[in-house]
Structures are given as structure tokens and as C-alpha cells.
Design a protein around this ligand. Structure first.
Ligand code: ATP
Ligand code: MG
Length: 578
């Protein structure tokens, strides 16, 4: 392919708003073009990578009898009203109307669509299992679209849906998809972790996320050297109750004027933040019911809202606002505590405060705290539970210390069970001829996000370094001086010889200075570069490996053989790196 006929608008400078390296490099390398915030055009080089990723995905789907189809992107609102997600999905849902003012939405995911199609297309268990998938654009009105393709309003997702007659069948399909995703992420050269994920209140026991460690990642991955990995919402640590020593002192109210935070209160009371009970009021929502709950934990622990939601067994929780607090307690956030709350609201305490004595806590009076507050004598707790975020260094469930890293969620697999089939009455007749709810799993890969995640992990200060399996071309051929007939002829011959062997070659036939060509070549980041320069007259060219910077000089007739060996080597270096 001639570079002069491509569209590769490379830039010297990164856009000023580009925080992520992948965002900077993909824009500078002429891979992507921003049409609007979070809305991107995939320019020809990115298009080639996407095609390769999609090919690898399809190969894995073939292996597990997945079948491809396409659902519409434009969906009638009633489809989503039926599942309840037209309301519950929130502001991320793109809503629109047709000319007759009928409400529609742009699909952010397709559980509803596929459940309906399958319901209406088959009646007997004999047609199951069925694994359907598509690779299409999804739409989410993200509050903060950013980091280039990592968080877009329109993005490409592979989404798969499995349909089985029972849970055992689901386990098989789920296991297949777990294997398929591992294979896909291995093949694209991604460094990733498979982590236990929160399955929310949907109640499925299985949910795993595939997360690519990267500084820019928006998720916190908690892992150990023993192989445990979970996202922060789900991560647990070993808990052993510590009985504090000391005789209960006298409950005493102290002025803590101007102390709003735990640290300010600790300073004012001249005690450790860990000796303070942080009290937060949450509103727990279950169906139409809303009720206030007080959550207690050590001063420097953080509430984990996902765990809290699970412990309370409700649909969702959120922090109470001033008015909601005022409705139950006569103080503002910062002066709240459990003393005197009996009968007013439920109190949930993190397990780590079990066994503590002489705690300090807000006095439910602005500007005052108690010291020497003690369980049972001064207040009671309805339930002790794990409702806090774990911390780095704590001992994980497998006995190894917890480590933290940031990660980019690139894939997610999920045992849905019968949640959607029940809502849509998607049933089949089982072996006994009895109507039974179809059991479902859903699976997703952020394809465009994956491209960016790979870029985020594979670059240096000069540009991108694509893994060989997905690089837009295998080889970049650079005639240094296109006006030199000898160089041009040789570059063309080498390109043709490589293409004959099935390699994909980009030849830089532009009338640019050598420095510009080399800089662009580094930026674009193809695995191998062949420079045809002054030594062309002796029949010699230089081959350079983008990842290592290693160069070798070879004769023209040895180029194909060397490319073969070097690309293989580059591919295996890549695998070893992981
Ligand atoms: P996130 O927590 O990052 O918002 P999610 O958990 O809401 O993602 P899923 O509903 O699990 O996303 O979607 C499946 C996959 O689609 C995700 O694993 C991710 O790779 C990708 N994805 C989700 N939202 C976006 C987005 N705004 N831009 C690009 N890819 C996305
Ligand atoms: Mg997800």
C-alpha cells in the first residue's frame, strides 16, 4: 500500500486535552479523528487494527459455535420499558423521537433485543444452547467522555448472549466465553488480569471482568501474588476481630467547633482518626421504598456502596442529602453519630469496629462530639458486616498481601440467569414438555476501547509499538530519497516480494525529508521498518525492529527470509513480555 494514497494525518503536537498516552499517540499518529467529544472517526490505520481484532474475535466465536448477526441500533422505547431499564439505566441512555413523536433509544447494550428475538424464534429446548453475537456501535451518553477511545459516547462493542435450558448449560457457555476472551486478549498482545467483578443486585453468581493494568485506568484492581484479583467493589481481606483493652470511660460531650471532617475532629479531640467512628447516613432504595440507614466505620475507612447495597439487600444506596438527614437527626454531616439514634434509623457497622472501646463519635449536635462511646451501654448496632473498601497491604483471602493497580475494563462476562427471560416471558418447552424460562449469559468486549488499551500499554516517547498480531501493516518500507531511481526501484521490488508472501506492507513513497519519514514511522509504530537508502547501490537495506530498536543490514534477496524470522521473533518477544 502506498503511503501517498493513505489518509494518515500525523501531527507534531498532541491535542491539549489529551491526558492518556494512547489518546495523544493515536491522534498524533493519524489513527483517529475526533468529530465531537467522545465521538470518533476511525481513520484507515485504526480501521485495519479493528478489522484484525474483529477477525480474532470471530475465530474464537467459531470455536465455540457462536453465530454472528446484527441487531438494530435504533430501538423502540417500549422494549426497554418492559425490562425497566428505560428508567433505571439513567442519563447514559440516548433517547430520541421519530417524526410521529414515538420514543426511541440508541442501544447501549442489547439484552432486551436478543431476548425478544430468541423468544419469538424458538419454542423447544432442542434449539438450545444458542450463542449469538454481534460487533456493532453502542451508544452511551457518558458524563465524562475522555481518554480518546477509552470512554466514548459512541463505541464499538462485541456483545454475545447465550441461551440455555438450564444453569448447567449456562455454566458451559460462560466457561467457553471466559476461555474465548482470554484467548482474544492473549492474541492481541494485551497485558490483562481476570478479576472477580460485582454482579450488582442481578443476583448472578458469576461475573468476571478483564482489566488491562494502566496508570490511566479508571478502575482499581486489587490483586495478590497468590493469584487473587477483584475489583475494589468486590475485594475482601481477611478479618480478625481485635479486642481493644481498656475500661469504658465516661461518655462525655466535647466541643469540636469547625471540625467537619474526621481529621479535623481527630485533631480537635487530640486522638487518632482510627479511634473515631465515622457515621454516614445513606438512603437505601428498594423498589419504591426509601429508608435512611446509618453506616459506621473507623475514621479513615471508606464506605463501599456495592457491599452496603448487598448487605442491606436493596436495589441501590446513595448518600442522604441535608434535608434527608435533618428529617431523622438534629445535626449535619460531620457531627453525626450513633448515640441516641435508637428507633430513628437502622445502624450498620463495619466489622472492623467490633471490639473497640472508648470511641469518639459525632454527638448529633452541630459542633459536638462524644468521647468514650461504647457499644451496648451508649448505642446499639443492628448489624456488623463488611461494608468498607479494602486497603493496600491488608491480607487477602488467599493469605497474600493485597496490591492495588489501576485498570481499564476491556471485557466483562456475566451469568444473567433468568432476569431478562422472565421479564420478556422468553420460555422453551423442556424435555418433559414443561414451559421453562430460558437461562441467559451476556458477554462484552469494548473493541474500540481495546485498541486504545493496547496503545496505552505499547508505546515509547517516539510513538506507538503495535503487537504483530494486530499492527495495521507488518512492515514499513522507507525509500529515503524517492527521486533516486535505484532506491525507488529496490523499495518497490521489496514491497512486491513481501506482498507476494502475504505480508502487509506500507511503503512511504512521499516526497518528504528522511527525518520526517522516520519520525512518522516511529509514531505509527509498525513492527518492522526497512530503510532503503545510500547502500541500495550495493544491494543492501537496513531492517529495524520498532520495539527493541535493534537494526540489521541485509541483502535485498535476504529481506523476505529475514522479515519472516524477525516478525516471528517480535511475536514471541511480545508473548514473553506478558
Ligand atoms: P465502564 O464501567 O467502564 O463504564 P461498563 O461496565 O459500564 O464499563 P459494560 O456494560 O460491561 O461496560 O460493557 C461491556 C464493555 O464495553 C466494557 O467492558 C468496556 O470494555 C466497553 N465499554 C463500556 N463503556 C464504554 C465506553 N463509554 N467507551 C468505550 N468502551 C466502553
Ligand atoms: Mg462492565
Amino acid at each position: 500500500m502506498k503511503q501517498s494514497r493513505m489518509l494518515i494525518p500525523t501531527l507534531k503536537e498532541a491535542p491539549s486535552d489529551a491526558e492518556a498516552i494512547s489518546h495523544q499517540m493515536l491522534v498524533r499518529g493519524g489513527y483517529i479523528y475526533q468529530v465531537s467529544a467522545g465521538v470518533w472517526a476511525y481513520l484507515p490505520l485504526a480501521q485495519r487494527i479493528l478489522a484484525k481484532i474483529n477477525r480474532l474475535i470471530r475465530q474464537q466465536m467459531d470455536k465455540y459455535d457462536g453465530v454472528e448477526m446484527t441487531a438494530p441500533i435504533l430501538l423502540p422505547a417500549d422494549l426497554w420499558q418492559k425490562s425497566g431499564r428505560y428508567e433505571s439505566y439513567g442519563d447514559n441512555l440516548f433517547k430520541l423521537e421519530d417524526r410521529k413523536k414515538r420514543p426511541f433509544l440508541l442501544g447501549p447494550t442489547h439484552e432486551e433485543t436478543f431476548t425478544t428475538i430468541v423468544r419469538d424464534s424458538l419454542k423447544s429446548y432442542k434449539k438450545l444452547p444458542l450463542l449469538l453475537y454481534q460487533i456493532t456501535d453502542k451508544f452511551r451518553d457518558e458524563e465524562r467522555p475522555r481518554f480518546g477511545l477509552l470512554r466514548g459516547k459512541e463505541f464499538i462493542m462485541w456483545d454475545g448472549y447465550s441461551f440455555t435450558v438450564d444453569r448447567e448449560g449456562l455454566d458451559v457457555e460462560y466457561d467457553h466465553m471466559a476461555k474465548a476472551l482470554r484467548a482474544i486478549f492473549d492474541e492481541v498482545g494485551l497485558n490483562y488480569k481476570v478479576i472477580l467483578a460485582d454482579s450488582g443486585t442481578i443476583g448472578g453468581k458469576g461475573s468476571q471482568e478483564f482489566s488491562a493494568p494502566a496508570a490511566i485506568g479508571e478502575d482499581t484492581i486489587v490483586y495478590t501474588d497468590g493469584g487473587y484479583a477483584a475489583n475494589l467493589e468486590k475485594a475482601t481481606s481477611k478479618f480478625t476481630e481485635k479486642q481493644q483493652l481498656g475500661k469504658p470511660g465516661e461518655l462525655t460531650k466535647k466541643g469540636t467547633p469547625g471540625a467537619h471532617s474526621v481529621d479535623e475532629a481527630a485533631e480537635s479531640l487530640e486522638i487518632d482518626a482510627d479511634q473515631i467512628l465515622k457515621a454516614m447516613v445513606y438512603i437505601a432504595k428498594d423498589g419504591q421504598d426509601e429508608s435512611p440507614v446509618m453506616v459506621l466505620m473507623r475514621g479513615n475507612d471508606e464506605v463501599n456502596e456495592v457491599k452496603l447495597t448487598d448487605v442491606l439487600d436493596v436495589d441501590s444506596v446513595r448518600l442522604a442529602n441535608d434535608e434527608e438527614i435533618a428529617a431523622v437527626l438534629p445535626a449535619h454531616a460531620g457531627s453525626l453519630g450513633p448515640v441516641g439514634t435508637a428507633g430513628k434509623l437502622k445502624v450498620i457497622a463495619d466489622q472492623h469496629i467490633k471490639g473497640m472501646v472508648n470511641m469518639a463519635c459525632g454527638a448529633n449536635e452541630d459542633g459536638y462530639h462524644y468521647i468514650n462511646a461504647n457499644f451496648d451501654r451508649d448505642f446499639t448496632v443492628d448489624q456488623f458486616a463488611d461494608v468498607r473498601n479494602v486497603k493496600e497491604g491488608e491480607i487477602g483471602p488467599d493469605g497474600f498481601p493485597l496490591k492495588f493497580t489501576n485498570g481499564i475494563e476491556v471485557g466483562h462476562i456475566f451469568k444473567l440467569g433468568t432476569l431478562y427471560s422472565r421479564a420478556f416471558k422468553a420460555q422453551v418447552l423442556n424435555k418433559q414438555g414443561k414451559a421453562t424460562d430460558i437461562v441467559m449469559g451476556c458477554y462484552g468486549i469494548g473493541v474500540s476501547r481495546l485498541l486504545s488499551a493496547i496503545a496505552e500499554q505499547n508505546n515509547d516517547d517516539r510513538g506507538l509499538i503495535w503487537p504483530t498480531s494486530i499492527a495495521p501493516f507488518d512492515v514499513h518500507v522507507i525509500p529515503v530519497n524517492v527521486k533516486n531511481d535505484e532506491q525507488m526501484k529496490m523499495a518497490n521490488e521489496i514491497t512486491a516480494a513481501l506482498e507476494d508472501e502475504g505480508y502487509e506492507v506500507l511503503i512511504d513513497d512521499r516526497k518528504e525529508r528522511a527525518g520526517v519519514k522516520f519520525a512518522d514511522s516511529d509514531l505509527i509504530g509498525l513492527p518492522l521498518r526497512i530503510t532503503v537508502g545510500k547502500k541500495a547501490k550495493d544491494g543492501i537495506v537496513e531492517i529495524k525492529l520498532r520495539r527493541t530498536g535493534e537494526t540489521i543490514e541485509v541483502k535485498q534477496e535476504e529481506v523476505v527470509n529475514n522479515v519472516h524470522i524477525l516478525l516471528k521473533q517480535a511475536a514471541s518477544d511480545q508473548q514473553q513480555k506478558d
